[in-house]
Design a binder for this molecule. Sequence first.
Ligand SMILES: C[S@@+](CC[C@H](N)C(=O)[O-])C[C@H]1O[C@@H](n2cnc3c(N)ncnc32)[C@H](O)[C@@H]1O
Length: 275
Amino acid sequence: MVKIRPEEIKIFSNYIYSVTGISIDASKAYLLETRFGKLLEQEGCSSFGDFYHKAKSDSRKILEKRIIDAITTNETLFFRDNSPFDLLKHKIMPDLIDTRSGKGPANLRIWSSACSTGQELYSIAIVIKELLGNHCPHKITLMGTDLSDAAVAQASAGTYNKFEIERGLPREKLQRYFTPAGGNWKIKDEIRAMVTFRRMNLMQPFVGLGKFDIIFCRNVAIYFTLQDRKKLFDKIADVLEPDGYLLIGSTESLTGICPRFVPKRHLRSVYYQLK
Ligand SMILES: C[S@@+](CC[C@H](N)C(=O)[O-])C[C@H]1O[C@@H](n2cnc3c(N)ncnc32)[C@H](O)[C@@H]1O
C-alpha cells in the first residue's frame, strides 16, 4: 500500500476538507492510506502527491467524486436508534397534522439531510405510510440528500443486500415493503414514489431549498469542525419552520453549538425546536 508522506498529509487533508468539510487530523494518516490505497492503485499513482494533482487537474471532477465516495462513512441502518421514528409516529406527525390541517389537507416537507444510502428516509416513509394509510389527503414531501454520489445512487435504486436488510428492518416490514431482486431486496414502488434523492453538500450555502417542517440531521456533524457545526445548524435553523422539528443523532447535542435551538423531551426521546 502507498504510504502517505508527512508533508502530503496536510495538503491532502486540506483538499478533503475543501470538498467535503470532513476534518481529518494529522494523526489519522492511516485512515487516508486505508481509504485511498485501492483508488491510488487504480489511478496508477505512486504517491499521494500525484493523486492530489491528478484530482485537482480533473476538470470533470470524476476523481473528486470517487474521492468523496471513499472518504465518506456511509454507515446507516433502517430505523436507526428507533426513538426518532417512534417520536415521528406518536408526537411529531400528529402534532403537525393537527396544527396544519385547519383549513384543509396539511402540506408537510421532511428532509433527511445526510441520508447516506437511503435507509433513514425509507424508514420515515414507512412510518408515514403506516400512520396515514393509502388514501392520505395530506401532501407530504420527503427529500433525501447526501454528498456521496454512490450513496445517492443506491438510495435512488432502493436496493439492499441481505446484510443491509438485516440491520434494523423488522421481518414484517421487509415482507410488506420490499420485493426480492436477484439475491437482494428492492423497495416497493408505493414507498419509492413517496421520496426523492439528490446530491447536496451541507458545507455549501442552502440555496432554493425552501422551508421544512421536519429535518433529520443525524450522525454527520460529528465529522465537521466545531466552527462548521455551528454554521451548519445555523443554516438548518434558517430553513426550519418556526414550529418545525429537528432530530439529531443519539450521541449528538446542540449545547454550545446553536443557541437558536432548544432541546425538548417526549418520553425518552430528545428533539429540537427553534426558540
Ligand atoms: C454516518 S452517515 C449517516 C447517515 C444517516 N443520517 C444515519 O444517521 O444513519 C453520514 C453521511 O453523511 C454524508 N456526508 C458527509 N459529509 C457531508 C457533507 N458535507 N454534505 C452532505 N453529506 C455529507 C456521508 O456521505 C454519509 O452518507
